[in-house]
Design a protein around this ligand. Sequence first.
Ligand code: ZN
Length: 224
Amino acid sequence: MTKAVVLLSGGLDSATVLAKARADGYACHCLSVDYGQRSQAELDAARKVAKALGAAEHRVVALDLQAFGGSALTDRAIAIPTGGPKAGVIPVTYVPARNTLFLALALAWSEVLGAQDLFFGANSVDYSGYPDCRPEFMQAFETLANLATRAGIEGRRTRLHTPLLRLGKHDIIGLGVQLGVDYAMTVSCYQASDLGEACGQCDACRLRRAGFVAAGIADPTRYR
Ligand code: ZN
């Protein structure tokens, strides 16, 4: 089987991407990043999802972004917004350069594994306006990946797969249900409890809940 590195946060989108990569026949080496995020429950969720969906391997790599802070997810002094998204404003839940860092880690591991395929659950439709979720960013990263690595120079090109990039949240949920994802295992909330219970108020909760409603599928999220 062809090896792929799949970034797995423990949330709804990345679980769907893992299911898609498995359905496409890849042996999936899943990478989660413990970056000092508020919700450690998402890492527990990632472990469960990796196991349930037949990952070949799952690793959790530590990257201390609390050292910089600058985001409501990495600095507890900054409150998580709960009033809904504001048009044209990048919310304080944006973590500076996070997707660049995560993809760089995935790229590093892929080169060691001899994998040429990276899977990433970014979404540019139902998202919070983060600059590193846009299609232009994904294209630029793929270009960088092939300039930055020995594999790229030696002709083993890296492909960045973002199968959810242009899907609405309800389409993502529909796809995942078809592929057998149990969304009860996943945690999307920015401030989930240690048990993985969601707040129901943050942007991640709002997008997720609206997705289940639009998909006409019962929301299995545990709310506190
Ligand atoms: Zn929440």
